[in-house]
Design a protein around this ligand. Structure first.
Ligand SMILES: [Zn+2]
Length: 257
């Protein structure tokens, strides 16, 4: 499969590879990791350090897997199963892309738009903010900010993760959130408590606890089992902001291994 074909397939599967220019660059790599994230249970460890030639084969394997043709474990190596899958794929044996997990979809708003993306945020609070108080009270405080100060009808985020790794819902998932200008429809917003003084290029562990990392992974996995999530991103990819205070793609790559 040529790089152009890989880019075109990633785009067709809902993972934005940037321009379809036949050049393997950052956006294509991001789109591949986004797809690998969706297929994560079948991916061999260490994808973030594979050389380009292995990533290209992994992309081909992932694209075939997303079309229901099993290439074996996605490992970027041309084993017998990969060669057989490639033969079937190029012979047109591909079924329709698998887009919706058995659980179906999360639909939002009156138009019933399917949720395809999860966008991560931070509360921009200091590590000791409301220390010792339950997450429930912190969620209510953020709800007050959003309703009383911002004038919104409810808290903007769908899920919140406390410093101790506890998770609570905010706005119902079936309602369109208020967390990223222009990207609220068809997405869910997850807010990590903390993140004060963070920068977009910081590491997750600079501002959040290991319990929050484990909770976030669990929540992403759980939502991905209920909805065809094509992309997990950070607020800072859509606005000149630090939020959520780390590079989400890099964090996802680490989570792959
Ligand atoms: Zn944000």
């Amino acid at each position: 499969m040529r790089i152009f074909d890989i880019q075109r397939s990633l785009k067709a599967l809902g993972h934005d590879p940037g321009p379809l220019d036949g050049v393997w660059g950052g956006p294509a790599r991001s789109a591949l990791f986004s797809l690998l994230y969706v297929l994560r249970t079948q991916v061999a460890a260490g994808a973030e350090i594979w050389p380009q030639v292995r990533l290209l084969i992994a992309a081909e394997q992932a694209i075939m897997a997303a079309h229901g043709i099993d290439p074996g474990v996605i490992d970027g190596l041309e084993g017998a199963r990969t060669l057989e899958a490639r033969r079937r794929f190029s012979a047109g044996a591909a079924a329709r892309p698998i887009q919706t997990p058995p659980g179906g979809a999360i639909r939002q708003g009156r138009a019933g738009l399917a949720v395809r993306e999860i966008i991560l945020h931070c509360a921009a609070t200091r590590p000791d903010w409301m220390a010792g108080r339950p997450l429930r009270e912190q969620v209510e405080e953020i709800r007050r900010w959003h309703v009383r100060i911002n004038g919104w009808r409810d808290i903007g985020y769908h899920w919140l993760i406390g410093r101790d790794g506890s998770i609570l819902p905010g706005r119902p998932e079936r309602e369109i959130g208020a967390h990223v200008r222009g990207r609220n429809s068809g997405s869910l917003g997850i807010c990590l408590i903390g993140g004060h003084g963070s920068a977009a290029s910081d590491r997750f562990s600079d501002h959040y606890t290991p319990a929050q990392g484990a909770a976030l992974e669990r929540l992403l996995h759980e939502i991905s089992g209920r909805a065809p999530i094509a992309r997990v991103s950070g607020h800072n990819e859509y606005a000149a902001k630090a939020c959520p205070g780390f590079n989400v793609l890099r964090w996802l790559e680490r989570a792959e291994s």
